[in-house]
Design a protein around this ligand. Structure first.
Ligand SMILES: Nc1ncnc2c1ncn2[C@@H]1O[C@H](COP(=O)(O)OP(=O)(O)OP(=O)(O)O)[C@@H](O)[C@H]1O
Ligand SMILES: [Mg+2]
Length: 359
């Protein structure tokens, strides 16, 4: 998108949470309808364009934010803009405009109905295989497009994957994305990705890594689509590695040449453990899907299948066929209904407690 400018990252070192919210006003030309989400770097609202009547999502991004005593966050606004401007695909959230606002920018994004985290949290039962397969394929299409364009997302997780009303899945939140521009000799930060979806090379402190970190995360997400629970839900980075070892088996030079040279490898000691088939964690998952996951969730990043190659896996060719968009759209609508009912029940309960105890 030509003409979009990125402001230099210059904001106060520490911004109080309340200041952020009070600072957020509807930009000219939009009316805010309600809050959609609140993240580490921004606030997302549902809004309507007064000129066109189109409903959109406004993501107010603060260019740099750091708590007192912590290192400043990377320039998430510049990262997010660079990726969103470069990536145009049905499975990537569309950027409509960028508006200056205070010390940051407001991104005008196509509106989605919720995120994959909502769907997984509010799913009444295990997802139907055709539905899980459809979402997995859309996820891989988005990731393959992003990698083909030379970007790594580095924070794929259900909360950063949106679902549109028509059933389309969209990669979003590119605040940690960066170009994979110097493969083999890069010194990227390993402090990326949310722990449960963090690839082993990041957990071992690698500074040189590639798009395979997203393939690992996508594998964890597909496992969640098949089983509803996070596959590796570690409480700490060490616990996270321990859980991966308990599933994939001990890691050594034999299965991952070069692992001993990773910065944090020698600092950690784990009891030897055999591999346990993924089927034990996902007993209801179809065998071809487990086979695909086996290719995505490899210790050695060089052995992980690429997103593009994963799209050609036989799981996507076998019955049941992927579901039409309308079926996904119905699942999204059902998820919304359930989410809204639960939120209303929670609000009613809070109001009742307030009436009883006055707090
Ligand atoms: N275009 C959109 N349509 C609907 N909801 C959205 C949209 N963009 C974001 N959201 C909601 O807002 C939440 C936060 O957005 P996003 O992940 O982009 O922000 P963030 O500040 O980087 O978040 P975090 O730090 O929590 O990852 C999302 O999880 C999603 O629920
Ligand atoms: Mg997010």
């Amino acid at each position: 998108m030509p003409g979009l400018e990125v402001a230099p990252c210059a904001v106060p070192e520490f911004i109080d949470h309340d200041d952020l919210l009070s600072d957020h006003k509807a930009p000219p030309g939009y009316r805010v309808l309600g809050r959609l989400g609140q993240g580490a770097f921004g606030e997302v609202s549902r809004a309507v364009s007064l000129a066109t009547g189109e409903e959109v999502a406004l993501k107010h991004v603060f260019p740099q934010r750091a708590a007192r005593g912590c290192a400043p966050a990377p320039c998430n606004l510049a990262r997010e803009l660079a990726a969103l401007q470069a990536l145009r695909h049905p499975n990537v959230v569309a950027l409509r405009a960028v508006l200056p606002q205070g010390s940051g920018r407001t991104l005008v994004l196509e509106l989605c109905e919720g995120d994959l985290g909502d769907l997984l949290r509010h799913a009444p039962a295990r997802l139907d295989e055709a539905l899980a397969k459809t979402l997995a394929r859309q996820l891989l299409r988005g990731v393959a497009h992003m990698h083909g364009a030379g970007f790594m997302h580095r924070d794929l997780k259900p909360g950063n994957i949106l679902l549109a009303r028509d059933g389309a899945l969209k990669l979003a939140d590119f605040g940690l994305a960066r170009r994979n521009d110097c493969p083999g000799r890069a010194a990227y930060s390993h402090a990326v990705a949310t722990r449960w979806y963090r690839a082993p090379e990041l957990l071992f402190g690698a500074r040189c890594y590639g798009p395979a970190v997203d393939v690992w995360a996508a594998g964890c997400i597909i496992a969640e689509l098949l089983g509803l629970d996070p596959l590796f839900a570690g409480d700490t980075d060490i616990d996270q590695l321990g859980r991966i070892i308990a599933r994939l088996g001990s890691v050594d030079e034999a299965c991952w040449p070069g692992v001993r040279a990773l910065p944090d490898y020698g600092k950690l000691r784990f009891a030897p453990s055999p591999a346990v088939p993924l089927a034990a964690a996902l007993p209801d998952a179809p065998a071809p899907a487990l086979d695909l996951l086996g290719h995505m969730l490899r210790w050695n990043p060089d052995e992980r299948v690429s997103a593009e190659a994963a799209l050609h896996h036989e799981w996507f060719l076998l019955e049941p066929a992927t579901a039409p968009h309308a079926v996904v759209a119905e699942a999204v609508a059902a998820m919304q209904r359930l989410r809204d009912e639960r939120r209303a029940a929670q609000r009613a309960e809070e109001a009742a407690w307030q009436e009883i105890y006055g707090c």
